[in-house]
Design a protein around this ligand. Structure first.
Ligand code: SF4
Ligand code: MG
Length: 338
Protein backbone atom coordinates (compact mmCIF):
# COMPACT_ATOMS: atom_id res chain seq x y z
CA UNK A 1 0.00 0.00 0.00
CA UNK A 2 1.22 3.45 -1.02
CA UNK A 3 2.00 5.60 2.06
CA UNK A 4 -0.42 8.47 2.51
CA UNK A 5 2.28 10.63 4.02
CA UNK A 6 5.91 10.19 3.18
CA UNK A 7 8.73 12.15 4.82
CA UNK A 8 12.22 11.74 3.38
CA UNK A 9 15.46 12.91 4.95
CA UNK A 10 13.78 15.98 6.41
CA UNK A 11 16.05 18.67 7.80
CA UNK A 12 14.65 21.75 9.55
CA UNK A 13 17.24 24.30 10.59
CA UNK A 14 16.44 27.69 12.16
CA UNK A 15 18.66 30.69 12.26
CA UNK A 16 18.81 32.32 15.67
CA UNK A 17 20.96 35.09 17.11
CA UNK A 18 23.29 32.43 18.48
CA UNK A 19 23.60 30.39 15.32
CA UNK A 20 21.86 27.61 13.46
CA UNK A 21 19.57 25.33 15.46
CA UNK A 22 19.33 21.92 13.82
CA UNK A 23 15.88 21.11 15.17
CA UNK A 24 15.31 18.18 12.81
CA UNK A 25 18.31 16.60 11.18
CA UNK A 26 17.51 13.87 8.71
CA UNK A 27 14.16 12.27 9.46
CA UNK A 28 12.43 9.64 7.31
CA UNK A 29 9.08 7.93 7.84
CA UNK A 30 5.87 6.82 6.15
CA UNK A 31 2.31 6.81 7.35
CA UNK A 32 -0.55 4.79 5.86
CA UNK A 33 -4.25 5.73 5.94
CA UNK A 34 -6.11 4.58 9.00
CA UNK A 35 -2.90 4.07 10.99
CA UNK A 36 -1.42 5.88 13.94
CA UNK A 37 2.24 6.77 14.16
CA UNK A 38 3.37 7.64 17.66
CA UNK A 39 6.33 10.02 17.80
CA UNK A 40 7.94 9.92 21.21
CA UNK A 41 10.78 11.92 22.69
CA UNK A 42 11.61 14.50 25.34
CA UNK A 43 10.91 18.17 24.76
CA UNK A 44 13.32 19.61 22.25
CA UNK A 45 13.69 16.33 20.36
CA UNK A 46 12.21 17.84 17.21
CA UNK A 47 8.81 16.15 17.30
CA UNK A 48 6.69 19.30 17.34
CA UNK A 49 8.89 21.07 14.79
CA UNK A 50 8.50 18.12 12.41
CA UNK A 51 4.76 18.44 12.58
CA UNK A 52 4.59 22.20 12.27
CA UNK A 53 6.71 21.78 9.14
CA UNK A 54 4.31 19.19 7.71
CA UNK A 55 1.47 21.66 8.27
CA UNK A 56 3.50 24.49 6.76
CA UNK A 57 3.23 26.52 9.97
CA UNK A 58 6.95 27.19 10.38
CA UNK A 59 8.49 30.65 10.05
CA UNK A 60 9.57 30.65 6.42
CA UNK A 61 12.01 33.52 6.76
CA UNK A 62 14.10 31.93 9.46
CA UNK A 63 13.83 28.29 8.51
CA UNK A 64 15.88 26.30 6.03
CA UNK A 65 14.23 23.04 5.04
CA UNK A 66 15.64 20.15 3.07
CA UNK A 67 14.20 16.79 2.13
CA UNK A 68 10.73 15.83 1.04
CA UNK A 69 7.25 15.79 2.54
CA UNK A 70 4.65 14.24 0.24
CA UNK A 71 0.99 14.05 1.30
CA UNK A 72 -1.21 11.97 -0.97
CA UNK A 73 1.01 12.66 -3.96
CA UNK A 74 1.37 16.39 -3.24
CA UNK A 75 4.79 17.79 -2.41
CA UNK A 76 4.16 20.03 0.60
CA UNK A 77 7.56 21.69 0.63
CA UNK A 78 6.99 23.26 -2.79
CA UNK A 79 3.32 24.09 -2.14
CA UNK A 80 2.33 27.75 -2.02
CA UNK A 81 0.98 29.37 1.14
CA UNK A 82 -2.47 29.39 -0.49
CA UNK A 83 -2.35 25.71 -1.28
CA UNK A 84 -1.23 24.90 2.24
CA UNK A 85 -4.02 26.97 3.66
CA UNK A 86 -6.52 25.01 1.63
CA UNK A 87 -5.00 21.73 2.81
CA UNK A 88 -4.98 22.77 6.46
CA UNK A 89 -8.32 22.05 8.04
CA UNK A 90 -9.50 20.26 4.95
CA UNK A 91 -7.01 17.49 4.32
CA UNK A 92 -4.83 17.82 7.41
CA UNK A 93 -5.64 19.16 10.83
CA UNK A 94 -3.99 19.50 14.18
CA UNK A 95 -4.97 19.35 17.81
CA UNK A 96 -2.80 20.71 20.58
CA UNK A 97 -2.28 20.33 24.27
CA UNK A 98 -3.89 23.65 24.95
CA UNK A 99 -7.43 23.92 23.60
CA UNK A 100 -7.78 27.47 24.93
CA UNK A 101 -4.99 28.58 22.62
CA UNK A 102 -6.78 27.29 19.55
CA UNK A 103 -10.28 28.42 20.53
CA UNK A 104 -11.13 32.10 20.55
CA UNK A 105 -12.74 33.36 23.76
CA UNK A 106 -14.83 35.86 21.78
CA UNK A 107 -16.96 33.49 19.75
CA UNK A 108 -19.23 30.62 20.59
CA UNK A 109 -17.98 27.08 20.14
CA UNK A 110 -20.57 26.51 17.43
CA UNK A 111 -19.56 29.58 15.50
CA UNK A 112 -15.89 28.56 15.52
CA UNK A 113 -16.53 25.02 14.37
CA UNK A 114 -19.00 26.29 11.80
CA UNK A 115 -16.65 28.93 10.39
CA UNK A 116 -13.94 26.34 9.75
CA UNK A 117 -16.53 24.31 7.87
CA UNK A 118 -17.79 27.29 5.88
CA UNK A 119 -14.28 28.35 4.94
CA UNK A 120 -13.54 25.01 3.28
CA UNK A 121 -16.95 24.01 1.95
CA UNK A 122 -18.80 27.25 1.26
CA UNK A 123 -21.73 25.94 3.31
CA UNK A 124 -24.47 28.32 4.49
CA UNK A 125 -24.60 29.54 8.08
CA UNK A 126 -27.51 27.23 8.81
CA UNK A 127 -25.67 24.22 7.35
CA UNK A 128 -22.54 25.14 9.29
CA UNK A 129 -24.46 25.35 12.55
CA UNK A 130 -26.08 21.96 11.92
CA UNK A 131 -22.68 20.53 11.14
CA UNK A 132 -21.24 22.01 14.35
CA UNK A 133 -24.03 20.40 16.40
CA UNK A 134 -23.44 17.09 14.65
CA UNK A 135 -19.71 17.27 15.36
CA UNK A 136 -20.26 18.15 19.03
CA UNK A 137 -22.58 15.19 19.33
CA UNK A 138 -19.99 12.95 17.69
CA UNK A 139 -17.28 13.94 20.14
CA UNK A 140 -19.61 13.27 23.03
CA UNK A 141 -20.73 16.72 24.18
CA UNK A 142 -24.08 16.34 25.98
CA UNK A 143 -26.98 18.44 24.66
CA UNK A 144 -25.01 19.59 21.62
CA UNK A 145 -27.90 21.66 20.27
CA UNK A 146 -27.76 23.78 23.45
CA UNK A 147 -24.01 23.75 24.15
CA UNK A 148 -23.29 24.85 20.59
CA UNK A 149 -24.06 28.41 21.72
CA UNK A 150 -21.68 28.29 24.69
CA UNK A 151 -18.39 30.15 24.81
CA UNK A 152 -15.18 28.20 25.48
CA UNK A 153 -15.02 29.38 29.11
CA UNK A 154 -18.36 27.67 29.75
CA UNK A 155 -16.83 24.30 28.86
CA UNK A 156 -14.73 22.17 31.20
CA UNK A 157 -11.14 21.38 30.18
CA UNK A 158 -12.11 17.96 28.83
CA UNK A 159 -15.05 19.41 26.90
CA UNK A 160 -12.86 22.10 25.36
CA UNK A 161 -10.48 19.40 24.22
CA UNK A 162 -13.42 17.59 22.62
CA UNK A 163 -14.58 20.82 21.00
CA UNK A 164 -11.11 21.33 19.54
CA UNK A 165 -11.21 17.80 18.16
CA UNK A 166 -14.63 18.54 16.68
CA UNK A 167 -13.20 21.65 15.02
CA UNK A 168 -10.19 19.75 13.69
CA UNK A 169 -12.37 16.99 12.25
CA UNK A 170 -15.22 19.11 10.89
CA UNK A 171 -13.95 18.79 7.28
CA UNK A 172 -13.03 15.10 7.57
CA UNK A 173 -9.27 15.60 7.29
CA UNK A 174 -7.33 12.55 6.18
CA UNK A 175 -4.36 13.38 8.37
CA UNK A 176 -4.70 14.43 12.00
CA UNK A 177 -1.68 15.59 13.94
CA UNK A 178 -2.20 15.39 17.69
CA UNK A 179 0.51 17.13 19.70
CA UNK A 180 0.27 16.00 23.33
CA UNK A 181 -3.51 16.58 23.23
CA UNK A 182 -4.18 14.85 26.54
CA UNK A 183 -1.19 15.91 28.63
CA UNK A 184 -3.06 18.58 30.59
CA UNK A 185 -6.06 16.38 31.34
CA UNK A 186 -6.72 14.05 34.25
CA UNK A 187 -6.36 10.33 33.61
CA UNK A 188 -10.05 9.58 33.18
CA UNK A 189 -10.65 12.35 30.66
CA UNK A 190 -7.38 11.43 28.97
CA UNK A 191 -8.62 7.86 28.46
CA UNK A 192 -11.93 9.14 27.11
CA UNK A 193 -10.21 11.41 24.58
CA UNK A 194 -7.96 8.56 23.43
CA UNK A 195 -10.98 6.31 22.96
CA UNK A 196 -12.70 9.08 21.05
CA UNK A 197 -9.74 9.44 18.68
CA UNK A 198 -9.63 5.69 18.12
CA UNK A 199 -13.36 5.60 17.35
CA UNK A 200 -13.13 8.52 14.96
CA UNK A 201 -10.18 6.88 13.23
CA UNK A 202 -12.16 3.67 12.81
CA UNK A 203 -15.07 5.60 11.39
CA UNK A 204 -13.16 7.86 9.00
CA UNK A 205 -9.91 6.01 8.29
CA UNK A 206 -7.92 9.05 9.40
CA UNK A 207 -4.14 8.76 9.51
CA UNK A 208 -2.92 10.07 12.87
CA UNK A 209 0.44 11.31 14.05
CA UNK A 210 0.37 11.29 17.82
CA UNK A 211 3.16 13.22 19.51
CA UNK A 212 3.89 12.45 23.13
CA UNK A 213 6.65 12.07 25.69
CA UNK A 214 4.70 9.25 27.30
CA UNK A 215 5.29 5.66 26.19
CA UNK A 216 2.12 4.63 28.04
CA UNK A 217 0.13 6.73 25.58
CA UNK A 218 2.03 5.15 22.68
CA UNK A 219 1.20 1.70 24.03
CA UNK A 220 -2.45 2.67 24.04
CA UNK A 221 -2.87 4.30 20.66
CA UNK A 222 -0.02 3.77 18.19
CA UNK A 223 0.47 1.19 15.45
CA UNK A 224 4.01 2.28 14.70
CA UNK A 225 6.49 4.15 16.86
CA UNK A 226 9.24 6.58 16.02
CA UNK A 227 11.57 7.50 18.87
CA UNK A 228 13.29 10.87 18.42
CA UNK A 229 16.34 12.19 20.18
CA UNK A 230 18.14 15.42 19.41
CA UNK A 231 16.39 15.98 16.09
CA UNK A 232 16.98 12.48 14.79
CA UNK A 233 15.17 9.17 14.76
CA UNK A 234 16.98 6.72 17.02
CA UNK A 235 14.53 3.84 16.72
CA UNK A 236 11.43 3.01 14.75
CA UNK A 237 9.23 0.00 14.20
CA UNK A 238 5.85 -1.41 15.10
CA UNK A 239 4.62 -0.66 18.60
CA UNK A 240 4.83 -4.32 19.58
CA UNK A 241 8.44 -4.63 18.41
CA UNK A 242 9.67 -1.45 19.98
CA UNK A 243 7.92 -1.77 23.33
CA UNK A 244 8.52 -5.48 23.75
CA UNK A 245 12.12 -5.54 22.65
CA UNK A 246 13.68 -2.08 22.32
CA UNK A 247 16.94 -1.92 20.37
CA UNK A 248 18.17 1.53 21.36
CA UNK A 249 19.54 2.61 24.77
CA UNK A 250 17.41 5.75 24.71
CA UNK A 251 14.22 3.71 24.24
CA UNK A 252 15.38 1.40 27.03
CA UNK A 253 15.88 4.47 29.25
CA UNK A 254 12.43 5.85 28.41
CA UNK A 255 10.85 2.51 29.20
CA UNK A 256 12.53 2.15 32.54
CA UNK A 257 11.24 5.61 33.50
CA UNK A 258 7.70 4.57 32.71
CA UNK A 259 5.37 3.07 35.33
CA UNK A 260 4.67 -0.54 34.45
CA UNK A 261 0.98 -1.38 34.25
CA UNK A 262 1.34 -4.77 35.88
CA UNK A 263 4.39 -4.08 38.04
CA UNK A 264 4.54 -2.93 41.68
CA UNK A 265 3.30 0.62 42.03
CA UNK A 266 5.81 1.82 44.61
CA UNK A 267 8.97 1.41 42.52
CA UNK A 268 10.47 4.89 42.10
CA UNK A 269 10.68 6.04 38.50
CA UNK A 270 14.11 6.94 37.31
CA UNK A 271 14.17 9.53 34.59
CA UNK A 272 17.16 9.34 32.27
CA UNK A 273 19.92 11.36 33.95
CA UNK A 274 21.12 14.50 32.18
CA UNK A 275 19.19 16.78 29.88
CA UNK A 276 18.36 16.88 26.17
CA UNK A 277 21.21 18.00 23.91
CA UNK A 278 21.71 21.50 22.61
CA UNK A 279 20.68 21.61 18.98
CA UNK A 280 22.86 24.67 18.48
CA UNK A 281 25.99 22.67 19.27
CA UNK A 282 24.91 19.04 19.27
CA UNK A 283 27.27 16.51 20.86
CA UNK A 284 29.72 14.93 18.44
CA UNK A 285 29.16 11.34 17.40
CA UNK A 286 26.00 9.83 18.80
CA UNK A 287 23.93 12.69 20.21
CA UNK A 288 22.88 10.51 23.12
CA UNK A 289 26.42 9.62 24.19
CA UNK A 290 26.73 12.09 27.11
CA UNK A 291 23.74 10.41 28.75
CA UNK A 292 24.07 6.86 27.53
CA UNK A 293 24.67 4.11 30.10
CA UNK A 294 26.21 1.89 27.39
CA UNK A 295 28.67 4.20 25.65
CA UNK A 296 31.60 2.55 27.45
CA UNK A 297 30.59 -0.83 26.01
CA UNK A 298 31.43 0.32 22.50
CA UNK A 299 35.07 0.18 21.44
CA UNK A 300 37.41 2.91 20.25
CA UNK A 301 35.34 5.80 21.62
CA UNK A 302 33.13 5.37 18.60
CA UNK A 303 30.08 6.75 20.42
CA UNK A 304 31.61 10.20 20.82
CA UNK A 305 33.26 10.33 17.41
CA UNK A 306 30.94 8.76 14.85
CA UNK A 307 27.25 9.35 14.34
CA UNK A 308 25.48 5.97 14.12
CA UNK A 309 23.16 5.59 11.14
CA UNK A 310 19.76 3.98 11.28
CA UNK A 311 20.35 0.30 10.58
CA UNK A 312 17.83 -2.49 10.31
CA UNK A 313 18.13 -4.80 13.31
CA UNK A 314 15.43 -7.39 13.99
CA UNK A 315 13.31 -6.01 11.19
CA UNK A 316 13.26 -2.40 12.34
CA UNK A 317 15.47 0.63 12.45
CA UNK A 318 17.81 1.61 15.25
CA UNK A 319 20.78 3.96 15.31
CA UNK A 320 23.37 2.66 17.76
CA UNK A 321 26.93 1.34 17.58
CA UNK A 322 26.29 -1.46 20.09
CA UNK A 323 26.63 -4.81 18.36
CA UNK A 324 23.06 -6.15 18.02
CA UNK A 325 23.96 -9.54 19.52
CA UNK A 326 25.18 -7.88 22.74
CA UNK A 327 22.11 -5.75 23.26
CA UNK A 328 19.71 -8.27 24.85
CA UNK A 329 22.08 -9.09 27.69
CA UNK A 330 23.22 -5.52 28.29
CA UNK A 331 19.67 -4.20 28.30
CA UNK A 332 18.45 -6.99 30.60
CA UNK A 333 21.26 -6.27 33.09
CA UNK A 334 20.39 -2.59 32.98
CA UNK A 335 16.70 -3.24 33.65
CA UNK A 336 17.60 -5.62 36.47
CA UNK A 337 19.85 -3.04 38.15
CA UNK A 338 16.99 -0.53 38.52
FE1 SF4 B 1 24.76 4.76 23.46
FE2 SF4 B 1 26.81 4.60 21.79
FE3 SF4 B 1 24.50 3.49 21.13
FE4 SF4 B 1 24.75 6.14 21.18
S1 SF4 B 1 25.81 4.72 19.82
S2 SF4 B 1 23.09 4.98 21.99
S3 SF4 B 1 26.13 6.42 22.91
S4 SF4 B 1 25.82 2.91 22.84
MG1 MG C 1 6.08 19.74 21.73
Amino acid sequence: QQPFLSVRDLKVHFSTEDGIVKAVDGLTFDLTKGKTLGIVGESGSGKSVTNLTILGLHDRERTAIEGEIVLDGKDLLTATERELERLRGNKMAMIFQDALASLSPYHTIGKQIGETYRKHTGASKKEARDRAIEMLRRVGIPQPDVRVDDYPHQFSGGMRQRAMIAMALVCDPELLIADEPTTALDVTVQAQIMDLLKDLQQEFGTAIIFITHDLGVIADIADDVLVMYGGRCVERGTKEEVLRDPQHPYTVGLMSSMPSLDGPVDVPLEPIPGSPPSLLNPPTGCRFHPRCAFADKVEDGLCSSKQPSLEVVKGRGSACHLPPQQRPELFADFAGSR
